[in-house]
Write a protein that binds this ligand. Structure first.
Ligand SMILES: Cc1cc2nc3c(=O)[nH]c(=O)nc-3n(C[C@H](O)[C@H](O)[C@H](O)COP(=O)(O)OP(=O)(O)OC[C@H]3O[C@@H](n4cnc5c(N)ncnc54)[C@H](O)[C@@H]3O)c2cc1C
Length: 415
């Protein structure tokens, strides 16, 4: 049955992309966000091919590419900057649209908001904090704290895109988010520093038992994301105090304060978690509200945006009468499986690869590095590796009813 209205809880990237996809199909969308503006913390910047595909469907990919850039290459190095192995992304034809694209999350958010503002059937409501939810056979509703008091908003579906500490998920399953917090602490910084002087590629991962880090270019004007490890259990202030010492020890050129310019710093815990189900009746979860992983390899939001693509196709199936409501169970089943079989193990392995091996022997011993070495002379293999995250995508339209399937079902019931 045609869906008239959906409520999206959370104006993070996943909620905004879902709003654009649904809004452009004529569905009335209300986005409710607890904050008064977009989150500015240094988080995602790299979006692999499954995310580029959905950004394209949402009609924003060209703007993302023109504000950001297509990554050319990424590699792994020893702490003295010696090259271990690399992956090329400059091996696609220029007009291949769904290459990995880079744009810091705060800029992506601004861009998505501008597109949302142009859709008359999408209403963006800041300072609207969802505190409770409920549902019956025909609709779902949320109770929302606003500056003018508590309100109830209702729609046919409530879509929880409200991030790691999701209220929607808590309302469905209680406070526990099944999974674990890894015994590790990372500090994400945005910094202007001349890594190119040291021969660094677009993205660089340093393999070292304690001083591992990532240095990746995230804007065209030379801003880098440097994410490094520190001792778990300290306060935010202590991490900020320790940053100059860390930089001086681990970065090429051993820079002192004054030789670089930090624009942002934030400590993060590393979590591997997944909700018990991504669907309960008329309430559905996606992206960080549904699952979490550590950021090495950029599987978090790329996986989240792949959820959004599947959820959009499932809802479109219902909206156009091509699928029953139980396609949302299929959505939950498929996306949970992709998290358990791919995102969780792959993100753990991406992290482990950086600290749990001898950097001097990694090029010969690490199976993934061996593939990268092979791809240095095999362009087809290089393309395959660069598109490795395509496995996060899943085509939900295959579960739509087809005339043939209906006829078969009718035939069987006449037997
Ligand atoms: C250091 C770091 C680097 C990363 N790098 C990458 C990367 O390169 N590539 C990648 O794919 N992923 C990366 N990730 C992961 C990525 O940042 C997250 O997966 C992504 O931001 C999640 O988006 P989201 O829309 O699900 O949630 P969020 O961005 O967290 O948005 C949730 C929104 O919901 C709102 N909200 C919360 N509670 C309520 C409520 N009760 N009522 C109303 N609104 C509410 C919040 O205000 C917020 O706006 C990285 C993460 C970190 C920490």
């Amino acid at each position: 049955m045609a869906i008239k209205k959906a409520i999206i809880v959370g104006a993070g990237p996943s909620g905004l992309i879902l709003a654009l996809l649904l809004g452009k199909q004529g569905i009335e969308v209300e986005i409710l966000d607890a904050g008064t503006e977009l989150n500015k913390q240094p988080r995602a910047a790299h979006y692999a091919s499954p995310a580029a595909y959905e950004l394209d469907r949402a009609g924003v990919l060209d703007d993302v590419v023109s504000q950001g850039f297509h990554i050319q290459n990424m590699c792994w190095r020893k702490i003295d900057t010696t090259f271990i192995a690399g992956m090329r992304h400059d091996i696609f034809p220029e007009d291949y649209r769904h290459r990995m694209v880079v744009l810091p999350l705060d800029l992506l958010g601004e861009l998505l908001c501008k597109h949302v503002e142009q859709q008359p059937n999408i209403q963006m409501k800041w300072a609207h904090k969802v505190v409770k939810l409920g549902q019956d056979e025909h609709k779902a509703w949320v109770d929302v704290e606003t500056p003018t008091g508590t309100q109830r908003h209702e729609a046919e579906y409530v879509l929880g895109c409200d991030g790691a500490s999701s209220t929607v998920r808590r309302e469905l399953f209680g406070p526990e988010y099944p999974g674990e917090t890894l015994d590790a602490q990372i500090i994400a910084t945005n910094v202007y520093y001349d890594f190119e002087k040291y021969g660094y590629w677009d993205s660089n991962f340093i393999v070292h038992p304690t001083d591992l880090y990532m240095a990746a270019k995230i804007t065209n004007d030379g801003l880098y994301r440097v994410t490094y490890m520190d001792t778990p259990g300290l306060s935010r202030e202590e991490y900020i105090e320790r940053q100059p010492g860390k930089y001086e020890r681990i970065l090429p050129g051993n820079p002192k304060p004054g030789e670089y310019k930090i624009t942002n710093i934030s400590p993060y815990k590393l979590q591997q978690r997944c909700a018990p189900s991504f669907r309960v009746g008329r309430v559905v979860l996606a992206a960080d509200a549904a699952h979490l992983c550590n950021p090495f390899g950029g599987l978090g939001l790329t996986g989240g945006i792949a959820d959004i693509g599947c959820l959009f196709d499932a809802l479109m199936g219902i909206h156009k009468g091509l699928a029953d409501d139980n396609i949302l169970d299929k959505y939950s089943e498929i996306r949970k499986k992709i998290w358990a079989e791919t995102i969780d193990p792959m993100s753990r392995e991406n992290f482990r690869r950086l600290y749990d091996q001898d950097p001097d022997k990694a090029r010969e011993n690490d199976e993934f590095f061996q593939l990268c070495v092979k791809s240095e002379t095999d362009i087809e293999l290089a393309r395959e590796i660069a598109l490795g995250l395509e496995i996060l995508r899943h085509d939900m339209t295959q579960y739509y009813h087809t005339q043939e399937k209906d006829a078969l079902q009718r035939g069987n019931s006449n037997l």
